[in-house]
Design a binder for this molecule. Sequence first.
Ligand code: IFM
Length: 457
Amino acid sequence: MPTYQFPEDFVWGVATSAQQIEGGRNAGGRGDSVWDRYALQEGAIEDGSDPFTACDHYHRWREDVDLMSWLGVDAYRFSISWSRIMPDGKGLPNAAGLDFYDRLVDALLAAGIEPFITLNHWDMPAALTDEGGWPSRDTVAAFVEYTRAVTSRLGDRVRSWTTHNEPWCVATLGYEEGHHAPGHKDPEEALRAAHHLLLSHGLALRAIREQVQDPSAGIVLNLVPARPHSDTDEDREAARRFEGFFNRWYLDPLYRGEYPEDAVRDRVRRGHLGSDRLPFVESGDMEIIQAPMDFLGVNYYSRATVSAGPEGDPVRAPLGPDVELTEMGWEIYPEGLTDLLVRVTEDYGPREIFITENGIALPEKPDDEGRVDDPKRIAFTRDHLVAAHRALERGVPLKGYFHWSLMDNFEWGHGYTKRFGLLRVDFETLERAPKASARWYRDTIAANAVSDEPAGV
Ligand code: IFM
């Protein structure tokens, strides 16, 4: 069985986000976020739940740091709750909110775990949504103000900064498809939201560089390769359109300073734009967006198989019974990770890449002693690590891997019905317990290697 040894300085980590684990809805002066408010809408969350307590990490963070020490991770990717720092969206930062992260960062550093901070993992203050949210250009300044508040407090100890997590989700799911907060269905709003996310990224990057010594700063994108369902011209064209809006709409501005022409034409044809002159782009914006980044974070879960729907636009094609799916209904396709990383490297030349999320939701039942045996998560993670290693062999500047997620948590519109954690969380008692996959990941980190053998299963 081959063993895949990772470079000495490869960063092994786990990831979470504030809204999904913290709870402490109004503790320490926190204001409501757009997701707190959205969760209260009838039918918004599959199981009728809310993120108000979540994993109660706000009160149990010490235990969580201890569990990460036990896992042996080098780094912890977490996000700051924007509404804990800026309860009203603007104005003076909330000192108690900053204190919380100050303590967390110190505890992580004391445990030898490097903090990788994300500033926006979807939970903007509800007060800013009232003023227009991401479709409003004013939100850009509010985000930069918030960035300054956080970096001026933590920038002396934290080197790694991510501006936004998965801006496609914020713009498209939040403002076009309405599956995420704030639940709007307006494609034109979504395009403006996407632009303001990108613009605020560029300006926040400047703020980070001004306030952090020797920063490593970037953005995290969820990239989804598209496979045409058949070899017809129509399905191939549908795949082009899918990737144009999902992946290149973000990668092209960030690395080339322009929106992809073909994808812009698609939007004009669909009536989402009046012409190929994007009305929300002002002079100088694209230079700001294109500011060089230290790293690109890639979240990879699956690929999309698409066919041509009405007017040739992409629709998800039904998958055959032989295709293995996760509990989210996503195809398990590790090879796609190698191809994606190689393609992004060739097309855009990022200085460094981190896999900032990768993981699997599974239906799980603990045994009588509360233990969860999750061989499928072990196999999934092992196969994706092998795929990551293949990308390294092909020259991809891959620097680390963060498993999503440290623990079961609030999976947005799915509530608590989808479990992604290495640690099982009992949402009645809030107790955490390592699953078999956590022990396997611990051994993998210790070996700095993954073997094709079904280790620990
Ligand atoms: O839980 C989410 C995370 O917040 C963003 N990336 C995908 C994960 C799984 O759906």
